[in-house]
Structures are given as structure tokens and as C-alpha cells.
Design a binder for this molecule. Structure first.
Ligand code: AMP
Length: 301
């Protein structure tokens, strides 16, 4: 495709995607794009090749916000988002209005009733129903061959895989490693909301995760002991309130009691509130890092 198109209507997006050159690789986002998104989109461009199509949706989905103030605050820098998409090689931006996505007679919603019960699902009631509903609609509109999700939102990634599997979408979910700031903080549109003071200590979240990973790789397998030391590390971050800390089977998201690397890949997931900002992060405890980027971050300290 030659120039990037911005499409606001569902029916037009459907017909353009229907005629698009394949493979069509799709990155769903809520906008306020940063280098983490840019990395996902560049990965999508690689997967699509020069002859395929890269589509990005920019849709701030109200149904996945359980706190009105959080939605109100969320930045909407559409011109900057467009420029980022242009530079990363996007062919199609889908940018519908809320009314276009949810007409007034909307009465059908999609629910996930297992993976979304704990972690972020417990702290944010209705969040994952909003996520799977909008993904279902986007998959039907865009009909992607492949769809990319960041490991930063691990629970969302696992739920998206389950959605594709359970509802038989003919698409492949591809995961992308978490992109971090120089000091290790996971990039997020929400980081801009941190006070300078909070931002200066927020990287300690990832430090705590790495410490737990090191303890696990050195042989600690007792999950209670690992959770306790992680809690201590997170509690020592000034102005932070822990929402959750869990060590789970990274595919089923079920809490683990003991780490057994040979049978169950374990992952530590945390959510921490600093002021008004809720930050989430996670780390694999039993697998070796599998990307250059992860290793670069791991060598930072
Ligand atoms: P969002 O706009 O926050 O809904 O994110 C859109 C996609 O980008 C999701 O698949 C996120 O997991 C992914 N993403 C957001 N931040 C990062 C990051 N720092 N590293 C990797 N992927 C990310």
C-alpha cells in the first residue's frame, strides 16, 4: 500500500480489510502511543512484509474502564499517534468513535469467566468483559491473519489467546516482549501521570521483579517465600500501595504453591498504585529471557 489511510467507519474498514493485501497484521491500541507500541507496530510490519498490510486500531474503549476519572484522564494525542504510525509503516489506522463502535441498540457483550476472575480482573470489575467485547468486534471488522499483543499486559495476552481459541477466530495471536524505559520501568501511557517523585522510584518495581526472578533461578521454589520478599521490596518503594502480587502458571493464570520449572512456566505479576496511577508489570520466573531486548534490560544493573 502506498499511503497511510485513516478510517472511521466500521463498514468502510470492513470493505478495505476485505480487499487488503495479505497477510494482514493487526495491532489493537487505545492510542497515546509510545515506543512500546512503536515496537509492536514495527514487529507487525516485519510480519506483514513489504507486500502485506499493517492495521492499527486507535480506540479508547470506554467499556474497559471501570473508573470514569481514569477514562477522562486518558490522553488522546491523535496527531502524534498518526505521526508514530506513519514512521513505523502502518497502512491502515482504524479510529472509530464510541457511537460507531457501540450503536445505541448495543445489547450483546462477550464475557470470559475463568482467566479474568483474578489479578487485574479482581481489581477492575468489568474490565476484561470490555476487552473481549471490543476485541471480538475488532477481529470481525479487521479480519487479521495475525494480531499482536504486548507481554506487558500478560493477563490480556492470555485472555486474547483464549478468545481466539474459544470463538474460532481464524487469526494467530503473537506476543511481543515488554519494552522498557532506560531505567527498567515498563513503558505505559499511564507513566506520564506519575509525579516526578514517583517517577524517580517507579523503576524499583521492575528491580523487585528481577530480584525475585534471580532468587527463583538460584533455586528458591517456595512461592510464599518469594511472594513475601517481593512484597517487602515493593512496600519499600515510597508512596506505593500494592494492589496485587501473584505467582501463577503463565498459561492458566492459576496461583502456584511451588515452582517446578520443568513442568510449569511460572510468572510473577504485580499491580502497584502510585498516587492516582496504577502500574502493572510482570516477569517470567522460570524461562530464560528469549529476546535481545529482555537481555539488554537484564544487563542494565
Ligand atoms: P494499549 O494501548 O495500552 O491498550 O496497548 C496496546 C498494545 O500495546 C497492548 O497489546 C499492550 O500490551 C501493548 N503495550 C503497551 N505498552 C507496552 C510495552 N511497554 N511493551 C510492549 N507492549 C506494550
Amino acid at each position: 500500500m502506498v499511503s497511510m489511510k485513516v478510517i472511521e467507519q466500521v463498514s468502510l474498514m470492513q470493505s478495505i480489510c476485505n480487499d487488503a493485501l495479505r497477510p494482514l497484521v493487526f495491532v489493537p491500541t487505545m492510542g497515546a502511543l509510545h515506543e512500546g507500541h512503536a515496537s509492536l507496530i514495527s514487529h507487525a510490519r516485519e510480519l506483514a512484509g513489504t507486500s502485506g498490510t499493517v492495521a492499527v486500531s486507535i480506540f479508547l474503549n470506554p467499556k474497559q474502564f471501570n473508573i470514569a476519572k481514569d477514562l477522562e484522564w486518558y490522553p488522546r494525542p491523535f496527531e502524534a499517534d498518526k505521526a508514530l504510525c506513519q514512521r513505523t509503516g502502518v497502512d491502515l489506522i482504524f479510529h472509530p468513535s464510541v457511537e460507531e463502535m457501540y450503536p445505541c441498540d448495543t445489547s450483546i457483550h462477550v464475557e470470559e469467566n475463568q482467566l479474568s476472575q483474578h489479578l487485574c480482573g479482581a481489581s477492575r470489575p468489568g474490565h476484561f468483559s470490555g476487552v473481549v467485547t471490543v476485541l471480538t468486534k475488532l477481529f470481525n471488522i479487521v479480519t487479521p491473519d495475525r494480531v499482536l499483543f504486548g507481554e506487558k499486559d500478560w493477563q490480556q495476552l492470555v485472555i486474547a489467546r483464549r478468545l481466539v481459541w474459544n470463538l474460532n477466530f481464524p487469526t494467530e495471536v503473537i506476543s511481543h516482549p515488554t519494552v522498557r524505559e532506560e531505567d527498567g520501568l515498563a513503558m505505559s501511557s499511564r507513566n506520564a501521570r506519575l509525579s516526578l517523585q514517583d517517577r524517580s522510584v517507579a523503576s524499583k518495581i521492575y528491580e523487585a521483579l528481577r530480584k525475585t526472578r534471580t532468587r527463583t533461578l538460584e533455586g528458591e521454589s517456595n512461592v510464599s517465600a518469594l511472594l513475601e520478599s517481593t512484597r517487602g521490596d515493593l512496600e519499600s518503594i515510597p508512596n506505593s500501595i500494592i494492589d496485587y502480587i501473584e505467582i501463577v502458571d503463565e498459561q492458566t493464570l492459576q496461583p502456584l504453591k511451588k515452582i517446578i520449572p520443568s513442568t510449569t512456566p511460572a510468572r510473577l505479576l504485580v499491580a502497584v498504585k502510585m498516587g492516582e496511577t496504577r502500574l502493572i508489570d510482570n516477569i517470567g520466573l522460570t524461562r530464560m529471557f528469549h529476546t535481545d531486548r529482555d537481555e539488554k534490560v537484564a544487563k542494565l544493573k
